[in-house]
Design a protein. Structure first.
Length: 149
């Protein structure tokens, strides 16, 4: 397969609180859980000797963190990734910067496959226009990026 392009894609990811509902045994609730409903449920059953264990099941509200990708752009090999300032997001608790290093490969029959890494080491070792070997899944449409040589 021939490398048709090498690009990086920086992303600014906002961490936004997101209310959610869940359920678990009341003795295993997360610290920020607000119990909505408590009910007695069968927890286990043993055949010998025949015993049934019951415990309290809690339905609760909690706050998860939603990852929102705000900015995304690409750049070429040879340029360092750069991020614009964080976007306006009053509800965001924090922002994280991430980058993926992407290689686009073309097969002889024109199909395009993409591999992405968070570490630039393998990406920087590739050369646009050069041919490399890459295993794909049995259907042939998903690359096994760890096999790129």
């Amino acid at each position: 397969m021939k490398v048709s392009s090498l690009t990086w894609t920086p992303k600014t990811v906002g961490m936004e609180p997101w209310p959610s509902r869940a359920g678990s045994w009341c003795s295993e609730l997360p610290p920020d859980a607000g119990v909505v409903q408590r009910e007695r449920r069968e927890k286990s059953r043993k055949a010998r000797p025949p015993t049934v264990e019951y415990d309290d099941w809690c339905s609760y509200k909690t706050t998860s963190v939603l990852r929102r990708i705000f900015t995304k752009k690409t750049g070429p090999l040879g340029e360092a990734p750069s991020w614009p300032p964080p976007p306006e997001c009053p509800k965001c608790l924090s922002f994280e910067k991430e980058v993926s290093y992407d290689v686009e490969l073309r097969t002889d029959d024109g199909m395009t496959l993409t591999c992405s890494w968070s570490d630039p080491t393998r990406w920087q070792a590739l050369t646009a226009g050069h041919t490399y070997r890459l295993e794909v899944t049995r259907l042939g449409d998903t690359p096994k990026c760890e096999t790129l040589k």
